[in-house]
Ligand binder design. Structure first.
Ligand SMILES: [Zn+2]
Length: 293
């Protein structure tokens, strides 16, 4: 499925429909953003090869300047109160109040630390050696270093799996979702947050939209393309929340702290489809049937 075209760069086919018929959207010289003519999936092609990728996720990517010092108690409290951690936790708690939770692409582990306080049984997976070490040694979390390609988990092991700003980095998201399907228990839940390629900021800023994150974001999903990929992997989309425009988000952040604010954000997000989408999906019967066959 991948063709190495020169050192550090590879060309790929569409992850959703396997077509290689593409339309150029944005040209970044070494890397290009293309749209599949058949299914509409937007992706980076050519993109960094897997060897090149390992170099990209060194300690600097996760703010490695703090590697040699301990995080203070106050800093940890601030991180746990950050809107991303709080909002993610709130969404998970609404539908599943306990159980075994795996955070894929857990970074330094702040979401998992928060989930641990809420009495979930927590596990993490992280590609970066630096970040996974930090999560294990400094936060005391159960985190493996690697990717879904390199680390094995048991069948139907987890109640909840979360991917916060992670799936768009995966080289083969279809494979990732199929593996997650295998790892989730019956009626298990999957939470995905990622940038929304269809948002207004993306349309206004075009090639300069920060959500493109060249070259670490490999896929630029819309509600339609992520929905189709999830369906193919055996999931049913339960809900998609759109976070509102950045500026509205910033205003709301200043008065953050109550559940009502999150409700307001959800409503505004429907009117102004913003930067990020949060997708809640359930392992469905279709996938289970396929798995047996
Ligand atoms: Zn396609």
């Amino acid at each position: 499925m991948t063709t190495v075209i020169d050192e550090g760069v590879e060309r790929v086919k569409c992850n959703l429909c396997i077509s290689d018929s593409i339309k150029l959207l944005y040209d970044f010289k070494r890397y290009k953003i293309v749209k599949c003519k058949k299914c509409g999936l937007v992706y980076l092609n050519p993109r960094p090869s897997s060897q090149e990728l390992a170099k990209l996720y060194d300690k600097d990517y996760f703010g490695g300047n703090s590697i040699n010092r301990d995080i203070t108690r106050q800093e940890l409290i601030n991180k746990l109160k950050s809107s991303r951690v709080v909002e993610g936790m709130l969404q998970v708690k609404k539908v599943k109040q306990n159980g075994k939770l795996l955070d894929i692409g857990c970074g330094l582990g702040f979401f998992l630390k928060s989930a641990e306080k809420e009495r979930y049984e927590c596990f993490g997976l992280e590609i970066s050696e630096y970040s996974s070490n930090y999560a294990r040694k400094k936060l005391g979390l159960n985190v493996k270093t690697g990717t879904l390609e390199s680390v094995e988990y048991g069948k139907e092991e987890f109640d909840v799996i979360t991917l916060w700003q992670s799936l768009e980095h995966h080289p083969n998201p279809k494979y990732s979702l199929e593996k997650i399907h295998y790892m989730l228990k019956k009626n298990g839940l999957l939470f995905i947050e990622l940038p929304n390629f269809n948002c207004l900021a993306s349309k206004w800023r075009g090639k300069r939209w920060e959500g493109l994150s060249i070259p670490t974001h490999f896929y630029h999903f819309t509600a339609k393309t992520i929905g189709e990929l999830l369906w193919k992997a055996g999931f049913e989309v339960v809900k998609i929340n759109y976070h509102p425009l950045g500026i509205i988000s910033r205003v709301l952040k200043s008065v953050e702290g109550s559940n009502n604010i999150f409700k307001l954000k959800e409503i505004l997000g429907m009117v102004f489809p913003g930067w990020n989408m949060m997708i809640i999906a359930k392992k469905c019967i279709k996938g289970e049937k396929e798995e047996v066959g």
